[in-house]
Design a protein around this ligand. Structure first.
Ligand SMILES: Cc1cc2nc3c(=O)[nH]c(=O)nc-3n(C[C@H](O)[C@H](O)[C@H](O)COP(=O)(O)OP(=O)(O)OC[C@H]3O[C@@H](n4cnc5c(N)ncnc54)[C@H](O)[C@@H]3O)c2cc1C
Length: 402
């Protein structure tokens, strides 16, 4: 093995979590290297952002521009079986919750974030996979083929690959949440449909038997449509069947071309060893919940921001080797994941969400609180809806910890 310099931080993966952490650490003057298996831009699923991460873009030096960012004003829930339909505009959230978000195509979005990190001084090595990690008392060694990197600290931002969790068999599947998805883009939407979808940019969530469908408008006259199920068979024919069975999707995609379908499975899990001496897992490599409320990227980026701030101070003080360094970060993220998990479980397995979503005259405070949660504003202590979810979790078996 060649002798290599000791970096401050090595990050595995240049997705939203890895690039956010690298950006902020490099901006604080730290020597950061990201190792990324793919060459960017590369395809990635997950295109709908939440308002609460909007302020972070400014900190990262990223400007959301109209060539990539489709304005998103809220979420629309539709049950075509019953005729139920409701729109939750972010403008109806509790005071202080940011009021809008965006939808993005992930290839260019992730490249934009990675480029911003590189501009701040982070080194990114594309097209290389980390294949082993060794954590020692005083440093971390990361193997990349027949080379290796040394660092004072390791951030695992490897997404669903969950490098450390799989190496240590610490992946705990979250049963009864979304199990698999089949999805594709439709291109060449009719101009009237583009105008209709683009005006408010709502993400449309269609409720179906044992699952749901997303319809996300993207710039360039495209619509992303995905079918998620928590049980039953997922295959390409299911996508065609569900689109054909929906009068609204039929109308929106009339005359458009469906691009090739992709399938992803077994994506809801938590990592039972998400932090420890000289390492932390952030983003999907720490925990991933069913994507129905579009929480993945927001939790990944806000978590990475917290990790970067904690680590910057620790590297400065020279106490980054403390076993409990990331406990406050982990507790903060556990609270957020818990709230979304409770919401998702009720979405699938109780009438509570259905009744609340489609109530003719919902309690106004609960409605505002629900919208704040849908916006990703899950760290406040004045949200009656959030309190209701947390209390209902206490009455049940704990689901997400760690
Ligand atoms: C079906 C589905 C729909 C979704 N929809 C949404 C949505 O609408 N909105 C939303 O917010 N989220 C959504 N998500 C979730 C979202 O995609 C993720 O939460 C988000 O990508 C997490 O970012 P990350 O940086 O943690 O991981 P990733 O974005 O997955 O990035 C991880 C990176 O690590 C790299 N990597 C992995 N292993 C290695 C290795 N060994 N060495 C080097 N590099 C490696 C990968 O190439 C990748 O680039 C969805 C997820 C699924 C499954």
């Amino acid at each position: 093995m060649s002798h290599s310099p000791l970096h401050d931080v090595v990050i595995v993966g240049a997705g939203p979590a890895g690039s956010t952490a690298a950006n902020l650490l490099a901006a604080a003057g730290r020597d950061v290297v990201i190792v990324e298996r793919e060459v960017f831009p590369r395809f990635h699923v997950g295109e709908s952002l939440l308002p609460c991460e909007a302020p972070l873009f400014e900190r990262l030096g990223v400007t959301p521009d109209g060539a990539l960012f489709q304005y998103k004003d809220g979420a629309e829930f539709i049950d075509e079986r019953t005729g139920d339909h409701v729109v939750y505009s972010f403008s109806g959230a509790l005071d202080g919750t940011p009021r809008h978000a965006w939808h993005v195509e992930r290839g260019p979005f992730d490249k934009l974030l990675a480029d911003a990190a590189a501009e701040r001084g982070a080194t990114i090595r594309y097209g290389r996979a980390v294949d082993r990690v060794e954590i020692r008392e005083n440093e971390v060694t990361v193997g990349v083929g027949d080379a290796h990197l040394r660092a004072r600290y390791l951030i695992d931002a490897s997404g669903q690959d969950a490098l450390l969790a799989r190496q240590w068999r610490a992946v705990e599947p979250l049963k009864d949440l979304g199990r698999a998805a089949v999805f594709a883009h439709f291109e060449g939407l009719a101009p009237a449909v583009q105008a209709e979808l683009g005006a408010q940019g709502y993400v449309k969530i269609f409720m179906i038997e044992d699952g749901w469908i997303w319809a996300i408008p993207l710039v360039g006259g495209r619509l992303s449509v995905g079918v998620v199920k928590w049980r039953g068979k997922i295959d390409e024919a299911l996508h065609d069947r569900e689109v054909a069975a929906s009068p609204l999707l039929q109308r929106l995609t009339a005359g458009a071309t469906r691009r090739p379908l992709r399938i992803l499975g077994n994506f809801s899990f938590r990592n039972t060893r998400s932090r420890g001496r000289r390492y932390v897992c952030v983003g999907d490599s720490a925990c991933f919940l069913d994507p129905v409320f579009s929480s993945g990227i927001t939790l990944a980026m806000l978590g990475a921001e917290r990790v970067a701030d904690t680590l910057t101070a620790a590297l400065e003080a020279g106490d980054e080797g403390r076993e409990d360094l990331m406990e406050p970060y982990a507790a903060r993220m556990r609270g957020a994941y818990d709230i979304f998990e409770q919401l998702i479980r009720r979405f699938y397995h109780s009438r509570m969400i259905h009744n609340l979503f489609f109530a003719e005259e919902p309690d106004p405070e609960l409605r505002r609180g629900l919208i704040s949660v849908l916006a990703g504003d899950v760290w406040r202590d004045d949200n009656a809806f959030q309190d209701l979810l947390v209390a209902s979790k206490r009455r049940r078996r704990p689901q997400v910890a760690g």
